[in-house]
Design a protein around this ligand. Sequence first.
Ligand SMILES: O=C1O[C@H](COP(=O)(O)O)[C@@H](O)[C@H](O)[C@H]1O
Length: 256
Amino acid sequence: MTTSRRVLVHPDKQALAGSVAARFITKTVDILDDRGTANIVLTGGSVGIAVLAAINESSARDTIDWSRVSFWWGDERWVPRGHADRNEQQAREALLDHIAIPATNVHPFPASDEGLELDDAATRYADELATHAEDGTELPHFDITFLGVGPDGHIASLFPHRSGIQVADRAVVSVRDSPKPPHERLSLTRPVLNSSERIWLVLAGADKASALGLAMAGASRDEVPVAGIKGRRRTVFFIDKDAAAEVPESLIAPSY
Ligand SMILES: O=C1O[C@H](COP(=O)(O)O)[C@@H](O)[C@H](O)[C@H]1O
């Protein structure tokens, strides 16, 4: 088993979304052949949602047997169900509302209008993860985890110099001090994200170049949370040329 980190550079955000969508479809078909089911962790953010829209637009979309795929989220904004800021809502509009997936396969975080306190919502999502755990573990077997990366290097809702990025004793954290609005959020913790077989980071734009360059240069996860991310089998950074500006040439895979 390899735990390699790869950086794949694409001409622009649109090319990046199309390429990741095509790769997702073929990889998920392979995972379903091998394992029978697939657990996918979704991200919010501009590129993460563009990838879902590109999957939806692909003529190969329904080569995936969606009834055997389950979706989870890496993080969520603490706003009411159906709110335009919810990562769940954006993912539904981009892809989930258009495919033949049973409602029971979709596992959104609780929403702020469900009568729960933020901490209780974190506990409830951790319980849901545990309910779908593989034998002998406390988590589902995550096959692919998508992560966007903020300009400050945050992943999911784990932000620089905040306590969430250090949490390792729980599956889910409640966040009350997000520097990016909304300030209240829920997030999987770093060890849970890193339990995924594959982590696919998707990011584009010049505003991401500095954080990515720092992460590649060995910055700490406290400074740049994305530096602390590593899938069990593979970690791939799908980026565009602008985001690649500060990544050393030697780390870029010669595929484009
Ligand atoms: O707030 C969030 O932001 C990040 C990155 O978003 P982007 O628009 O800068 O790409 C995203 O990964 C995270 O899931 C989301 O909640």
